[in-house]
Design a protein around this ligand. Structure first.
Ligand SMILES: Nc1ncnc2c1ncn2[C@@H]1O[C@H](COP(=O)(O)OP(=O)(O)O)[C@@H](O)[C@H]1O
Ligand SMILES: [Mg+2]
Length: 139
């Protein structure tokens, strides 16, 4: 497990690490409201060439940026509902999938389905600093 303490202006350090080491699979973002989950997705999308509108799909199930970047937010759906809507099949699609509020249970389900995951646990250290715990799980 790797860990980073980064200001917003330093977030690119983590972004470059992830962009280099995780090109296909599901990135699970965990952490309280306003810790920086959506910001991480926005910066990753930018790094991968999609600078346009990245917003959390709070009410819709999925946002797509280009045809290889997918963004989900489970908060309003809950894992069971999310799965019952067939979203596991979506997560198997080639590309990078970002799931805000994904649980450890989802990581376990994906691993046993043969899907690589990267879990990022974000914690607010202060108003201008976040801690990121990064754990890769290759299926
Ligand atoms: N590494 C960071 N350091 C400082 N502030 C950050 C960092 N990452 C995000 N933020 C700020 O935290 C706030 C909430 O971010 P957001 O991505 O909307 O959180 P979440 O999606 O977890 O609710 C935003 O104002 C954002 O600029
Ligand atoms: Mg968000």
């Amino acid at each position: 497990m790797k860990s980073y303490e980064l200001k917003l202006s330093e977030l690119h350090i983590l972004i470059e690490d992830v962009a280099e080491n995780f090109k296909n699979g599901v990135v699970i973002l965990q952490g309280d409201l306003a810790c920086g989950k959506t910001t991480f997705v926005k910066e990753m999308a930018k790094k991968l060439g999609y600078g346009a509108d990245v917003t959390s799909p709070t009410f819709s199930l999925q946002h797509c940026y280009g045809d290889k970047i997918f963004h989900y937010d489970i908060y309003n759906h809950g894992l069971e509902h999310f799965i019952s809507l067939g979203m596991l099949e979506e997560l198997e699609k080639e590309g990078l999938h970002f799931v805000e509020w994904g649980s450890d249970e989802l990581v376990a389900i994906l691993t046993s389905a043969g899907i690589d995951t990267l879990t990022i646990k974000i914690e607010k250290i202060s108003d201008d600093m976040r801690k990121y715990r990064v754990e890769y799980a290759y299926a």
